[in-house]
Design a binder for this molecule. Structure first.
Ligand code: A2P
Length: 222
């Protein structure tokens, strides 16, 4: 069957190779394990959970889902707006199946999601849909003024009942605050990097050494 006659995938994206998936999961687990023991985290716990709990086990709070990937275009088998246009982009056709090195520059945690920020290179931005940030505007108005690629992320876990697409919105919210000049409250220099608090249960760990992750640009039919 020629590719043109097949239906479009659920989504296109970069899929992390197995070895690096394990490494990223371990780094994320270590971070969550440390975060929920910090005094600063405990102090802001009421911002994090509405339940009157004294403690939260973040490793249990978030549920991990499937293979780690960075979604470029969610196509919903062709039902999503712009799906066909994206699949037809020359860069998408040319680079389909190619290997890339993604740079994971930060980890973030909110009451809804835990994720990794992916800082895309110029080459990688050729695969980034032009409207990815605009699509988020109804939920994160400031996303309209953020640079292309700002939404790029890897979902590492979601709280119960939360959809994975929330991770990108949570990242955009933090980046919007940074753009407004809010640096976040520097909480702690951790081994992995500096941890800052952005209010409303939002935490960002800027990695001292970005994690370089080998990934294949491909798609998932689900
Ligand atoms: P994300 O990329 O934030 O992890 P699902 O399993 O819900 O069908 O989603 C499959 C993948 O597509 C997930 O990785 C998910 O989120 C992403 N995704 C789901 N819905 C959307 C959407 N409306 N816009 C962008 N990405 C989406």
């Amino acid at each position: 069957v020629p590719l043109e006659e097949m239906s479009l995938p659920l989504f296109f994206g970069w899929f992390l190779l197995p070895g690096i998936q394990d490494k990223v999961r371990c780094t994320s687990m270590d971070f969550l394990k440390t975060l929920d023991t910090l005094e600063a985290f405990k102090k802001h716990l009421p911002d994090f959970t509405v339940e009157a709990e004294k403690e939260v086990d973040l490793e249990q709070y978030f549920q991990a889902n499937g293979a780690l990937h960075c979604t470029t275009k969610f196509c919903d088998y062709g039902k999503a707006e712009g799906a066909k246009e994206y699949a037809d982009k020359p860069a998408v056709k040319e680079l389909y199946g190619s290997a890339f090195e993604l740079s994971l520059s930060a980890l973030f945690v909110t009451p809804r999601t835990v994720g990794a920020r992916v800082s895309l290179s110029e080459d990688q931005l050729t695969l980034w849909p032009a409207d990815a940030e605009k699509e988020a505007v109804p939920l994160v108005p400031a996303a309209a003024t953020l640079p292309a690629g700002s939404r790029a992320h890897i979902t590492l876990g979601c709280a119960e009942g939360v959809e994975p697409q929330q991770t990108g919105f949570d990242l955009l919210e933090i980046l919007a605050l940074q753009q407004e000049g809010q640096e976040g409250e520097l909480v702690e220099e951790m081994e992995l990097g500096s941890l800052a608090y952005y209010g409303k249960g939002r935490w960002l760990l800027s990695l001292r050494e970005p994690v370089s992750a080998q990934a294949c640009f491909s798609s998932l039919y689900g």
